[in-house]
Design a protein around this ligand. Structure first.
Ligand SMILES: Cc1ncc(COP(=O)(O)O)c(C=O)c1O
Length: 387
């Protein structure tokens, strides 16, 4: 026996994944005492009514494994909500599954549908889990850029990327990081483009209740051609200010849901019982999600009014709780260096949009998160105005 025990060496399945810019910026923000508008989550608490509903479920003894796809009352509440808002009724028994957040939902979908060699289209800039998820499944990532600066889908580029090996496309509206919201015309174009194909859609709709100025969220559930080929993903964490609870859902036709659940049952198996019951009770009142656009639009407007007094050039803010700005009027630095400088010297943390591109494409745009208390927003603005 050798004198010192040795840990075997392993080959990483994700050799290109390192420390993300999100971790770097959050660490720098806390070291410098900066106002953190980098992190994409609220700095205020959720409704006490929701906490009470979950507490009550725990106190009533709802603390053991729930059914694998989620508790029926919550699946029914989700089905009801989608039908009321978007006009398509998913069957709560066979077409809706409760997940441990959208992140788990997306990984599980990809593991369920992507075989080695399959191609999956992502529209960059995109949420950071998509690419490693596809790689873990042995799929090939096909990166198609959204149009620079406007972040609108470029259907010529999407069409050119489609081959007979394309298994799926991931779309995300309202869009992180840009705040862009797909229009009805764009969704119809996607529907037409995919019509002759076998391509599945993963529609990441975690910001579905954050669309502003009276516009509506164009869920894939509104389009029958898309419904038939889509996994729709949403997140209770975003909607109810409880990102740390990690709970969401997937809605998909029964045949797709059956394939999804095969992986889900050996991945997480089930999701936190009392939180599911608490959410189901809380969802009996639709006001919290119906009122969410007004709640966040007010914050967006406070933030945008303040930004108008700075030297940044603002991009549109159609949805999500993110606001992007063009930094070229303020600095010659790259997006990443600017964000580090802004955090250290001005005391406000932001995220470079280049972090959402595989190539690090730098178009001089950074992202702020306005899901913050008014006090935090005013504090950040008082610093940004000095630029
Ligand atoms: C576009 C997008 N998809 C998915 C997620 C993950 O959601 P969850 O916290 O429910 O896993 C996020 C969170 O930031 C996101 O921005």
């Amino acid at each position: 026996m050798s004198s010192s025990p040795k840990t075997p060496t392993i080959r990483s399945k994700l050799p290109n994944v390192g420390t993300t810019i999100f971790t770097v910026m959050s660490a720098l923000a806390s070291e410098k005492g900066a106002v953190n508008l980098g992190q994409g989550f609220p700095d205020f608490d959720c409704d006490l009514g929701l906490v009470n509903a979950v507490t009550s479920a725990m106190q009533r003894g709802l603390n053991q494994y729930p059914p694998m796809p989620g508790v029926p009352v919550l699946r029914e509440a989700v089905s009801e909500k989608i039908a009321a808002l978007y006009g398509h009724r998913y069957d709560a028994t066979s077409e809706i599954t409760i997940t441990a957040g959208a992140t788990q939902a997306i990984l599980t979908i990809i593991l369920a549908i992507v075989h080695p060699g399959d191609k999956v289209i992502v529209l960059e800039p995109c949420y950071d889990s998509y690419v490693p998820n596809i790689e873990l499944a042995g799929g090939t990532v096909v990166r198609v850029p959204l149009s620079p600066v406007t972040f609108r889908p470029d259907f010529d580029k999407i069409a050119a990327a489609i081959t007979s090996n394309t298994r799926a496309i991931i779309i995300n509206s309202p869009h992180n990081p840009s705040g862009m919201v797909w229009t009805r015309a764009e969704m119809l174009k996607l529907q037409d483009l995919l019509d002759p194909t076998e391509i599945l859609v993963i529609s990441d709709e975690v910001y579905e209740h954050m669309v502003y100025d009276g516009k509506q969220h164009e869920s894939a559930a509104r389009f029958q051609g898309l419904v038939a080929r889509s996994f729709i993903v949403s997140s209770f964490g975003k909607t109810y200010h409880v990102t740390g609870w990690k709970i969401g859902y997937v809605a998909a036709p029964a045949v797709l849901t059956a394939k999804f659940r095969k992986v889900h049952q050996f991945n997480v198996f089930t999701v936190n019982t009392p939180v599911q019951h608490g959410l189901a009770a809380y969802m009996e009142d639709s006001r919290p999600y119906l009122d969410l656009p007004a709640f966040y639009q007010r914050k967006r407007d406070i933030f945008r009014d303040g930004l108008r007094k700075t030297r940044f050039k603002m991009l549109p803010g159609e949805g999500t709780y993110f606001q992007c700005v063009d930094i070229s009027t303020v600095s010659d630095l790259s997006e990443a260096d600017f964000c580090k400088w802004l955090t250290s010297e001005i005391g406000v943390a932001a995220i470079p949009v280049s972090a959402f591109y595989g190539s690090g494409f730098d178009q001089r745009i950074v992202r702020f998160c306005f899901a913050k208390s008014d006090e935090t927003l005013f504090n950040a603005l008082s610093r940004l105005v000095k630029l």
